[in-house]
Ligand binder design. Sequence first.
Ligand code: MLC
Ligand code: AMP
Length: 516
Amino acid sequence: MTEPTNANLFAALRAAFPSDLDQIAIETDDDLLYSWRDLDRASAMIANLLDALKLEEGARIAVQVEKSVEALLLYLATLRAGYVFLPLNTAYRGAEIEYFIGNAEPEVVVCSSANASWVAPIATAAGTRHVFTLDDNRKGTLLDVAAQCSDRHTVVTKADDDLAAILYTSGTTGRSKGAMLTHRNLRSNAEVLKDYWGWRTAEQGGDVLVHALPIFHVHGLFVAIHGALISGSKMIWLNRFDPKRVVARLPEATVFMGVPTLYVRMLAERGLTRKSCSNMRLFISGSAPLLIETFNEWRERTGHTILERYGMSETVMLTSNPYNAVSGERRGGTVGFPLPGVQLRVRDDEGKPCPTDEIGHIEVDGPNVFAGYWRMPEKTKEEFTADGYFRTGDVGKVDGLGYVTIVGRSKDLIISGGYNVYPAEIEGYINEMAGVAESALVGVPHADFGEVGVAIVIPRAGASLDGEAIIAELKSKLANFKIPKRCFVVAELPRNAMGKVQKALLREQHKRLFEG
Ligand code: MLC
Ligand code: AMP
């Protein structure tokens, strides 16, 4: 009798480990070496720890820890043991964490020991049964307990539609929504990208990826890590992005992935030259629009053409510029072609198909499209068309050759340094402050972050407000990347005939704020 196939993503990743498990899988920037055997055994130990907790089927493991190889091992262990990984941005503060934990009801919460004094009470109040700590120096209660567990573990069998992870994305209205990603979503995307980007398998000598992104979002956690693991390739691991350190490691590397801000900062390094990039095979950019100036400057300086791709938390990767010249050139300003298996279409406001080159709403379908928002069936329904396509909220067009260009967003969203900031959330916090009548947050161009938020605030009659004080109050409540870089107090907001705030006018008014 043949064994039923295991749809668990970890099984696919594990199957791609090189046959010589003593080869180096990860080298940290402070010279720690982890072999493939280390990844296998350490993830088994943490998986055994989770098993011993006798968690419910589908239990969520919420994790807010600084980046480290051990944090990656916790992710792998969660997959391996068949639970649902819920990564949280390290910048989130009390109210944000309280919402995520209250909404997701994780049975296990893992936080840094520095944050345990405020995260643990939030978790306990929400009914979490187990709180562990994990720091970026290989210390913490999680590792203390795991050290006593066996290093052998049978990968739990999962079905395609079983959940592997929940990623929270903020909402244009109301609270954040947890995008539910299945083992099939993540596995199919990793397998497609392995071929599309020409990852070299272990037998072909493997690639070497410089990993410098955070590991709580799609880009760093899924696209980068899965790409390396599913091809048995080594990672050079940086816990924090430092342009000097990345440039210093490029001569030993073959692949790099970053959001546009990372490329902008690396271009400011004199050490970035054709010579330092001569071993490199591929530079990939995504999560935010890559300016054509950056694309061109990179090509001139390094001789490499950045490959831009497009994705979302709800869909993992959707489109990519070609890797192979035979499939076409990499076109700056475009996000390339829909990936194999992805159906992408552009529709007008009435839902009718847009002809070639015409701008409309981007809708997608495919094995990578998520299973819906956690405990929000109504919201999920709204975001899908009657024939099952997901409405991305991005506005774009497809040209005669099939290249997709994103020209804007129908969702009110600012992408700053690759992080999403939803104006409605920040405006909500400002509007609750004493003396505030109303507010508007708009995104304006910024050379480093691409786009940053600027707040325009209207005081109540008789109240006197100070922009700096508003920013200081926001800093005490919200993640740092959500804080507007400037705040103006003015008498009124521009409105259209319907009384709606004209954000386009505000953006126009402030678009040169960060020039020069
Ligand atoms: C930091 N700051 C930011 C910011 N990051 N402000 C706006 N936008 C950001 N992204 C602010 C801090 O609040 C602080 O302000 C100051 O900048 C310095 O903080 P820092 O922590 O020292 O910044 P730094 O470490 O340099 O971080 C910048 C960064 C980081 C670009 C390295 O933001 C980053 O890693 N971005 C990558 C995000 C990412 O991985 N996105 C993928 C999403 S997945 P002050 O006032 O306190 O000095 C996705 C899907 C897909 O979108 O398609 O991939
Ligand atoms: P997130 O919800 O954090 O996953 O962000 C997804 C959003 O990032 C998408 O809906 C797009 O608006 C944006 N995005 C991702 N990649 C690109 C890209 N290459 N160019 C422009 N926007 C992008």
